[in-house]
Design a protein around this ligand. Structure first.
Ligand SMILES: Cc1ncc(COP(=O)(O)O)c(C=O)c1O
Length: 385
């Protein structure tokens, strides 16, 4: 292993971030204070959404979305097998059945025609994933959802700032969620958010975050000013003011971060054009990816050597990664939902040949050059092996 590894993703924290957090630490509220609403408002406005609810993680936001649409036992929700496990887990948390639909190989997003095939009388929602920052085919998915009376929950954890036919993701589905994990576009350490334009869904999103508790003038008048009522079973999924202070300061840099990610991706695309044996990511018409990840796929002749390539690049100091292992092939999903190898051929083919190259805003052009150089050298090694 090389001494220092260029990671596949990394946060960018500067003096303003530190100052913002310290100021909040010295204020009256370190949690349940004003920074939370302020952060929610910023993200909602940025995405053009009416409401936003911040959580302790993106997974908590996904769980809250499942609750808000009243997903429960006996229901099914269709989602992508190529995502972080949290997407499908959020369906299982509510005791519903996660039904996977295969992906399109070019964008690694849900294939709408595969989604259509999986709809039954039990289907309640489609959980779309904006893989690597490229929005899912939302028009097609929403058309299917509308015809069948389904909700669309968009896991936009990879896609803060991405554009779909001119509009930012975040307000295009019934509920959209973001994650603020350090490798994402902006960070709160851990954190997430759910956005919606629907007041009823928003009320449930808020209820779920705080133990299902409500306070109101009416309740205070009737029972006393201390009174709260637990309306439903909720969780403590709250985020702190300390985290939101970091989020607010990070948000001031979001446009810069997005510009840098797109510039680095353009640089990869230019420098890797013509390199044989690999398939480069593409943006479909009308899409502006926010490039959370830069994933290449090996051509069929080389896919059996992906592991050798991975280990060779790691040895040479490049923190390549693989996003993701198909969820239906995780032991838990095989055991509990009887999925098996061969169920989703595109997802499995994609998994066998995918390789994530480093991409984060603080990367320099010379880092891109180094990744390209190591990749090209390692690929040449494979061919002659
Ligand atoms: C697509 C996707 N969905 C959900 C999550 C969960 O977010 P968090 O780590 O904030 O819980 C992640 C984060 O890795 C993700 O990449």
């Amino acid at each position: 292993m090389a001494k220092s590894l260029l990671p596949y993703g990394k946060q960018w924290i500067d003096k303003d971030d530190v100052r913002g957090v310290v100021r909040t630490l010295q204020s009256d509220f370190i949690t349940q204070g004003p920074r939370i609403e302020e952060f929610e408002r910023r993200i909602a406005d940025f995405c053009g959404a009416r409401y936003a609810v911040a959580y302790s993680s993106g997974t908590a936001a996904l769980h809250a979305a499942s609750y808000a649409i009243d997903l429960g036992q006996g229901d099914e929700a269709i989602t992508s097998p190529i995502s972080f496990i949290g997407t499908a887990n959020a369906i299982v948390f509510q005791r519903a059945r996660p039904v996977f639909a295969d992906i399109e190989l070019d964008t690694v997003n849900l294939d709408p025609s595969e989604v259509e095939k999986r709809i039954t009388s039990r289907t309640k929602a489609i959980f779309a994933v904006d893989f690597a920052g490229h929005p899912a085919p939302l028009r097609e998915l929403k058309r299917i959802a509308k015809a069948k009376g389904l909700y669309v929950v968009e896991d936009a954890a990879h896609a803060l700032g991405a554009k779909y036919h001119g509009r930012r993701v975040g307000a295009l589905s019934d509920i959209s969620i973001f994650s603020f994990h350090p490798v994402k576009h902006i960070t709160t350490g851990e954190g997430g958010m759910a956005l919606t334009n629907n007041a009823k869904l928003c009320r449930r999103l808020r209820l779920f975050r705080n133990h299902g508790m409500v306070r109101s003038d009416e309740l205070s008048e009737k029972h006393g000013p201390w009174y709260y009522a637990m309306e439903d079973l909720g969780y403590n999924y709250r985020v702190s003011d300390i985290q939101c202070a970091l989020g607010l300061s990070q948000f001031r840099k979001v446009e810069r971060f997005l510009r840098l990610r797109r510039k680095l991706a353009a640089s990869y695309l230019k420098k890797l054009k013509g390199v044989s044996g690999i398939i480069l990511p593409k943006e479909k018409m009308g899409i502006e990816s926010s490039y959370h990840l830069f994933v290449i796929q090996l051509k069929t002749a080389l896919k059996a050597q992906r592991r050798i390539l991975f280990e060779e690049m790691r040895r040479r100091g490049i923190g390549v990664n693989v996003h993701y292992i198909p969820i239906h092939l995780q032991p838990y999903y095989i055991k509990n939902f009887a999925y098996k190898a061969g169920d989703y051929p595109n997802a499995e083919l994609y998994y066998s040949r995918a390789l994530t190259l480093p991409l984060f805003p603080a990367m320099r052009e010379r880092d891109v050059d180094q990744v390209v150089q190591v990749l090209v050298k390692s690929l040449a090694g494979l061919r002659s092996a």
